[in-house]
Write a protein that binds this ligand. Sequence first.
Ligand code: CO8
Length: 157
Amino acid sequence: MDAFQDHYPENVAHCYGCGRLNDHGHQIKTVWEGDETVTRFTPEPYHTSVPGFVYGGLIASLIDCHSTGSAAAAMYRAEGRDLDSLPPFRFVTGSLHVDFLKPTPIDGPIELRGRITEVKGRKVVVETAVLAAGVLTARGNVVAIQMPEDFGTAKPG
Ligand SMILES: CCCCCCCC(=O)SCCNC(=O)CCNC(=O)[C@H](O)C(C)(C)COP(=O)(O)OP(=O)(O)OC[C@H]1O[C@@H](n2cnc3c(N)ncnc32)[C@H](O)[C@@H]1OP(=O)(O)O
């Protein structure tokens, strides 16, 4: 099945977490399973924190891009549109919160299961459960905001 990220236009397909065109990135793939969005990712040995367990920053990164992809898919679904129909919905992270509940073992796939808890204007809130071998090890909450036309052009300060 096509993943949400397979439909990102080239100009936004270089993200470290989800860009299919970033050879050094995670290249995560997310799909709908009913009303949940699901990403499965197998960590490498170099994703270690304490030996045997996954680095927390990787988990945060996976939650981040899983959630922005989920937000876009939720907007398309809310409007009854295909993922690559125009105009495109692209989301960036406004807020990323992670609770680490248990160490996440590194020796198998990690599953992220997202639920859309709010869709309001340009904002989508995604809550994600992170599971390793079916055990809940972390929870994420992301506020994703539709990417402004002038993203990155505003002067700091
Ligand atoms: C597209 C493929 C790439 C995938 C990206 C992968 C994920 C990433 O790593 S993205 C990179 C990291 N994120 C960024 O760099 C974002 C930097 N921040 C920004 O550009 C802006 O602050 C941005 C776009 C998030 C929000 O700014 P702006 O568009 O002006 O939002 P604004 O109109 O004020 O607010 C819209 C709504 O979002 C809410 N909101 C905005 N910022 C936040 C925040 N930080 N936390 C919570 N809610 C927020 C507002 O409260 C408002 O909600 P409501 O409608 O309920 O009042």
